[in-house]
Write a protein that binds this ligand. Sequence first.
Ligand SMILES: Cc1cc2nc3c(=O)[nH]c(=O)nc-3n(C[C@H](O)[C@H](O)[C@H](O)COP(=O)(O)OP(=O)(O)OC[C@H]3O[C@@H](n4cnc5c(N)ncnc54)[C@H](O)[C@@H]3O)c2cc1C
Length: 334
Amino acid sequence: MHLCVIGAGVVGLTTALELQREFRNANVTILADRFEQDTCSDVAAGLFRPGTSFSGPTEEITRKWISDAYLYWDEIRRTADASEAGVAQLSAYIFSSTDPSIVRNRYIEKILPVYRAVTEQELTLCPGDWKYGSFYTTVLTECRLFQPWATKKFLRNGGRIITQKVESFQQVAGQYDVVVNCTGMGAKKLCTDYKLVPIRGQVIKVKAPWVKTAFYADYDTYIIPGFQGVTLGGCRNYDSYNTEVCKHDSAAIRERCEALLPSLKGAPVIREAVGLRPHRDPVRVEPELLDLVRGRVKVVHNYGHGGYGVTTSPGTAIYATGLVTDMLKSNSKL
Ligand SMILES: Cc1cc2nc3c(=O)[nH]c(=O)nc-3n(C[C@H](O)[C@H](O)[C@H](O)COP(=O)(O)OP(=O)(O)OC[C@H]3O[C@@H](n4cnc5c(N)ncnc54)[C@H](O)[C@@H]3O)c2cc1C
């Protein structure tokens, strides 16, 4: 059996590993034009925290993706591989001065080992007029470590990686039993998908090893310690294709983060980065049968995770693998 995954971001890699786990004798190939540090996944801080607007086709399926994903990351977190894979446990505060619903999260309150309202005393931990807050313990996956680790694992399992831009599904017709499309923003062109919109994000990675807890606050302000520095963010520019670092965004991010955690003042910059979050409502994880000139192609789409692709990718990978199983069984009739 020959299976193909297009895309080598966190969604493509978790999907390729899941296919290898489910179909032990299959030949799995990854086709992608960008890898590791050239992907959107590399920009993410990687905190497990889905937004409350994140949605799959149904509430039940969305919740299953999220709980499967948490179990996946938490399992790696417990192994000896955790540090090489870039997976660790991390606790976080989220504060708001405007709205109590901002500090709640219906998806993860019952999944995480700790998710509680903060005490009055904790509301004074950071400067600011904080009225509402939560504290929770979650997992962090740093893609700068996870992607190389997952790639190594995939190759060790007998997988094949080809550097190639897929301009159309015609290119893969007749070569694979099923093709899984994990192209993130690339799906906009590949599938002519007008529902897929970039949400531009910018971050500053600084050296501040004394920061051991993550902090979220109003106006997209976040401070997330990782394996290779602390990520300061951020911004959300809807429908922006600008991949350049903007000095005004940098200044605003620094100002907001330093106001929240004054010890960050003067922390040296490691790098600045921009990524286009592939936002789609709902996230597209579904089968499609394409009748093309060069033949019929069975495709399972798995893209559009927006700002929550690191968090949720293992969950959608498991679901997409189930759809691959269904497609292999079916006689081309969906
Ligand atoms: C600033 C910022 C902070 C973030 N923080 C978090 C966070 O804390 N937690 C979280 O869960 N998420 C976070 N995210 C979101 C997360 O980064 C994305 O959801 C995730 O990276 C999407 O992964 P992906 O694999 O779909 O896309 P990508 O990582 O972009 O990978 C797409 C892959 O598809 C390939 N591809 C595309 N088109 C083609 C084609 N035509 N032919 C061949 N290959 C193709 C590319 O080369 C690449 O390999 C953040 C994003 C940003 C920008």
